[in-house]
Design a protein around this ligand. Structure first.
Ligand code: UDP
Ligand code: LCN
Length: 798
């Protein structure tokens, strides 16, 4: 595309100059995708040059994510394909155009943002260290890293095995629990002996009944050199033996995957999630306290079940253990966050462990602080957490999973010092949530401290053995939208760091493993026998009762269907946006009422700056649009059973769920609502774009065009009146989608298999990232720690 573009520009110099001049005349240093395109369309219309839209220039402008402009030059960041970037520089004086590298593009951006040429700055670039590490090239492979890695490495493995390599043998030797070895004992001393023992073992097992137990066969098999772990019954043991035999005979990625996932490797997991109020009740909806907590509590239940089942099938009698490590908050405001240890309901052996944040002098920080302020505390937290985890487990965890930027940094510190597998989950990368969060980091520093956060993200994500993303778009976006991880590929934070290559979306560490919604809570409204009937009257009263002490608004007309939304009262969640669209749209107000669950109605109750501002704005909107008889705003924290039933009651009233966020990383409420059978309208920025198939299992809305969203809602209600089957078709579409794609059972299976395979490759190759890891250590010590220390030293700091 690029050569064609350069040719086109040189052949059409005058036209191109007019278009670029037009951009310059807008007198704006940065133009975003839609602005570039709209201006171009206007030009084509005005000059009757509509054929230009189909030209290579039109294509390039359609694919341009950003333009940076000053008096002399205009630079375009063009993204012709998912996760592929080109940069073009146009000089106004001589109409010259050239392709430039990312470093020049970023430096130009800095110059414009700073108003002066940038001085020397740290250029962060992982590319040279990763040169030889296998990377995917196909866009469709993104997010399927483990399959790619297996293919890339198993060729090497087969060459090595043919040469008598001891790798598989030594891998089998490292497994065990306490003093008990698994898989092989010391009678097998090399790969040759393993081959021989395997042949004898297979013959022996073959002669026994498939139901016979390991204990019965143990004397014979142990004499051959085998140890427990191959299976509980003759059938399972035989299967494991033959899978190993297949692997040794013809090691390809499939035989490898099949065998490695049978090896007992995972008994203990540490899950790290420091910020927010992590608890099992009375916390959801508080600042920084939302989906991540729901995700982890559902995740651990599913993981424990799957670990128990696997360990049983391995023929072992070990009770798996999972620890969720979070922050202890002494002044816990009525939440359980001041309790040091708590068992997770519905599990056998999963606990929440709370470790305090400590100041430099060792004293404990008593109060909650926002997720943007946690950085100075994390290193001390990680050290204490590591000791506590090892003490409670009586050994190292087999896997450390980090959650969100802070948990990922802590998991990096812990996993590195313990030498165990590290997995990271972003949940929500802040970088894409706030416009120009990197470029204008200094202006936002006092409130958000993105200098620490984005540096921590780059360290933890690049150090992780594998990364779990909830959707493809989270990694690499779509044809038009930049992925959340992809936004870390190249960016600049002027005078702090210029990132030439931060995160590579083609890295095989990325895997898509989507979460689910708890099936015991979020099930279809039409499953009448399962419904929490004891709660229905309470919920009807919540919705339609008189004035509520923690609410505002009373629904005067009970007959209208309900539009429902529930979220933390964050700016980005845009609940106030939804109220405003509704307030302005008289047709929609005629057709439906609106119910909002979120935040608190009393600004004095909130300790969070953004939340307070949203509360005040919400009250202002109620007054401005006279909403007190059509909108019910409940500033409550609902128990999960109540919110599960609430979605269903809204469905009983032929209502809909709306998720109006300016950006939503994944959106658990979206799948919860769909799982209840509630037609769902959700933001097209982020996860919901992929969760919902527009018009089939719900609808996409654009939060930047509220009037279009409210028209879509009004049309939906109108169509439902004209076609009584319409509501049900969309409801069923949502149910089908969630049941097929978003379940915790699938999640747990995949996560444990990934842990085994990345664990194997880490053992076999150290994932060949030693240089990268050394470089990241420097970034941690020389950059991150300095930033966190400065933050702690500042007067404003708690
Ligand atoms: N939630 C809740 N009460 C509230 C707000 C949210 O129970 O007042 C729950 C909601 O059911 C969902 C989670 O919190 O399970 C929010 O997750 P989501 O992924 O939608 O958003 P996040 O808050 O993580 O950004
Ligand atoms: C954080 C968010 O903001 C949501 O979009 C996700 O659904 C949630 O975490 C769980 O991953």
């Amino acid at each position: 595309m690029f050569d064609n573009l350069l040719n086109f520009i040189s052949r059409n110099q005058e036209t191109v100059a007019t278009i670029f001049e037009r951009y310059r005349s807008l007198d704006r240093p940065f133009l975003l995708k839609s602005e570039l395109w709209d201006e171009f369309l206007t030009f084509c219309r005005e000059t009757a040059l509509t054929e230009l839209t189909a030209s290579v220039l039109g294509e390039a402008l359609a694919k341009s994510q950003e333009a940076v402009i000053d008096e002399e030059r205009l630079c375009l960041a063009i993204r012709p394909k998912v996760a592929r970037w080109h940069y073009l520089r146009y000089t106004f004086a001589n109409k010259e155009v050239a392709e430039i590298g990312v470093a020049d593009f970023l430096a130009f951006k800095e110059k414009i943002a700073l108003g002066a040429p940038p001085g020397p700055v740290l250029e962060f670039d992982l590319q040279p260290f990763e040169r030889d590490f296998p990377k995917m090239t196909q866009v469709r492979s993104i997010g399927h890293g483990v399959e790619f890695l297996n293919r890339a490495f198993s060729n090497r493995l087969s060459r090595n095995l043919a040469g008598g390599d001891e790798l598989i043998f030594s891998f089998l030797r490292v497994h065990g629990y306490g003093n008990q070895p698994f898989m092989i004992n010391d009678r097998i001393r090399n790969i040759r002996e393993l081959h021989a023992a395997l042949a004898d073992g297979m013959e022996y097992v073959h002669k026994r009944s498939p139901e016979s137990q390991w204990q019965d066969m143990a004397p014979h098999l142990e004499a051959l050199g085998f140890a427990p772990g191959w299976g509980r019954t003759g059938k399972q043991i035989g299967k494991s033996f033959s899978r190993l035999a297949d692997l040794l005979e013809a090691p390809d990625h499939e035989t490898l995957m099949r065998f490695i996932t049978l090896v007992p490797m995972i008994f203990n997991i540490a899950i790290i999630s420091p910020h927010g109020y992590f608890g099992q009740e009375n916390v959801l909806g508080l600042p920084d306290t939302g989906g991540q907590i729901v995700y982890i509590l559902d995740q651990v239940r599913a993981l424990e079940r799957e670990m128990q089942a696997r360990i049983y099938h391995h023929g072992l009698d070990i009770r798996p253990q999972i620890l969720i490590v979070t922050r202890l908050i002494p002044e816990a405001g009525g939440t359980p966050c001041n309790i040091p240890k708590e068992k997770v309901e519905g599990t056998d052996n999963v606990h929440i462990v709370r470790i305090p944040f400590r100041r430099r002098d060792g004293s404990i920080l008593p109060q909650w602080i926002s997720r943007f302020q946690v950085w100075p505390y994390l290193e001390r937290f990680a050290a204490e957490a590591k000791d506590e985890v090892v003490k409670m487990l009586g050994r190292r965890p087999d896997l450390v999973i980090g959650n969100y930027s802070d948990g990922n940094l802590v998991s990096y510190i812990m996993a590195k010092s313990l030498g165990v597998t590290q997995c990271t989950i972003a949940h929500a990368l802040e970088k894409t949530k706030y416009l120009y969060s990197a470029l204008y980091w200094k202006q936002m520093e006092e409130q958000y401290h993105f200098s620490c956060q984005f540096t921590a993200d780059m360290i933890a994500m690049n150090a992780a053995d594998f990364i779990i993303a909830s959707t493809y778009q989270e990694i690499a976006g779509s044809a038009d939208v930049v992925g959340q991880y992809e936004s870390y590929s190249s960016f600049t934070m002027p005078e702090l760091q210029r990132v030439i290559q931060g995160i590579n979306a083609f890295d095989p560490k990325f895997n898509i493993v989507s979460p689910g919604a708890d099936e015991n809570i979020y099930f279809p409204y039409r499953d009448h026998d399962r419904r929490f009937s004891g709660l229905i009257n309470e919920i009807e009263a919540l919705l339609f009762g008189g004035p509520h002490p923690q609410g505002r608004g009373v629904l005067a007309d009970r007959e209208k269907p309900l539009i429902f939304s529930m979220a933390r009262l964050d700016h980005i969640k845009n609940l106030t946006g939804l109220v405003e669209w509704y307030g302005r749209d008289s047709r929609l107000r005629e057709l439906a009422n609106l119910v909002i669950v979120g935040g608190s109605i009393d600004p004095e109750q909130s300790g969070d700056e953004e939340e307070r501002a949203q509360i005040l704005l919400m009250h202002e909107l109620f007054a401005r649009y006279g909403l007190d008889i059509q909108v019910r705003w409940l500033g409550l924290r609902l128990d999960k059973r109540v919110s599960g039933e609430l979605y269903r009651v809204i469905a009983d009233h032929q209502g809909v769920f709306v998720q109006p966020a300016l950006f939503e990383a994944f959106g658990l409420t979206v799948i919860e609502a769909m799982a209840a059978g509630l037609p769902t309208f959700a933001t097209r920025y982020g996860g919901p774009l992929e969760i919902i198939e527009d018009g089939i299992s719900g609808f996409h809305i654009d939060p930047n065009h509220g009037e279009i969203a409210s028209t879509l809602l009004a049309e939906f209600f109108r169509d439902c009146v004209n076609d009584p089957g319409y509501w049900r078709r969309i409801s069923e579409g949502g149910l089908t989608r969630v049941q097929a794609q978003y379940t915790w059972r699938l999640y747990a299976k995949r996560l444990l298999s990934l842990t085994c395979i990345y664990g194997f490759w880490k053992f076999a190759t150290n994932l060949e990232r030693q240089e990268t890891n050394r470089y990241l250590e420097m970034l941690y010590h020389l950059q991150y720690r300095r930033l966190a220390e400065e933050m702690e030293g500042s007067n404003l700091y708690p």
